[in-house]
Design a binder for this molecule. Structure first.
Ligand code: SF4
Length: 291
């Protein structure tokens, strides 16, 4: 959308905002720098980098309140569970809203008058239109320009290819539990240092987050980054899924689950585009930014 705006195919935006969790793959930061230099700055579009902290450091810091990641839990009785996801709200939605309020001239906790709002573009394509949602506050109105253009994901990637951005990496935290096996393998096979980083993090959160343990509220079970609930460096990320099998046989996958195991959670972590989750997170009082 930034490139479409810079090229004049879409109207020119006033700003682009990148919510930085502090733990994106190096390739994402490199790509962002390139977008800024080659596309945004020449077009006069500032890229604003906002942050609520470093999700990796916060998880391991006993003195820091931690907004939990969606970790896979193995309870003491052998039952499986997941921790509630708060991280998208804390590390992406919250700092974006804070910046938007500043841009409008009404930083929290000032009341924003009726009729004052930004138009916020969210890059949902036609093949995922079910993810398109309204914002939950009056001062933001969501638009989905790719849907307005009737662009599918293939159209978007074709456009990126045409302007030399075929190497656009997928943005998400390096150790996001929503990764599918394909993403875990990609990290392991292309970036040994980042693989070591996520393996170490996985081991470090086995007993839950540091703050809860320090405050006498330990996790009664074990936490894992991989859905198999096995330590990441032993997890079956090379397992041949039904999706892989089907791809090899040029047939459609016979199981949506197998596809998710391989490709990750479909709705991922995009702010304002998660299935129901973002709304649930935003009812939390401690964000202080929802009204
Ligand atoms: S990418 Fe994953 S870990 Fe990072 S904020 Fe989103 S859901 Fe949380």
């Amino acid at each position: 959308m930034l490139a479409l705006s810079a090229e004049g195919i879409l109207p020119k935006v006033d700003y682009a905002i990148f919510a930085d969790t502090g733990w994106e793959p190096k390739a994402v930061y490199t790509h962002l720098d390139r977008l800024e230099k080659e596309i945004a700055t020449p077009a006069g579009i500032p890229i604003l980098r906002v942050s609520s902290g470093n999700i990796r450091n916060d998880a391991l810091d006993p003195d820091h309140r931690f907004a939990s990641m969606p970790l896979y839990i193995l309870n003491q009785d052998g039952k499986q569970g997941m921790t509630r996801r708060q991280c998208t709200g804390q590390y992406k939605i919250k700092p974006i809203k804070k910046k938007v309020r500043e841009l409008l001239g009404y930083p929290y906790p000032q009341r924003i008058p009726n009729g004052i709002f930004v138009e916020q573009w969210v890059g949902i394509s036609t093949d995922e239109f079910h993810r398109a949602k309204d914002a939950d506050v009056r001062y933001m109105r969501n638009r989905h320009p790719l849907i307005d253009l009737n662009w599918s994901r293939t159209d978007a990637t074709r456009y990126l290819d045409s302007i030399g951005l075929e190497s656009t990496p997928k943005s998400s935290c390096l150790g996001c539990p929503f990764h599918g096996n394909a993403q875990w393998r990609h990290i392991r096979d292309t970036s040994p240092a980042e693989w070591q980083d996520v393996v170490e993090f996985d081991a470090a959160i086995r007993a839950g987050n540091a703050r809860a343990n320090a405050s006498g509220n330990p996790l009664l079970g074990q936490a894992f980054l991989h859905r198999s609930r096995v330590p990441l460096d032993q997890a079956p990320i090379d397992h041949v899924t039904a999706a892989e099998q089907a791809a090899r046989q040029h047939e459609p996958p016979d199981s949506e689950d197998a596809d998710e195991v391989e490709q990750g959670v479909v709705d991922g972590c995009s702010p304002w585009a998660c299935r129901g989750e973002a709304d649930a997170e935003l009812v939390q009082d401690d964000f202080g930014l929802t009204s």
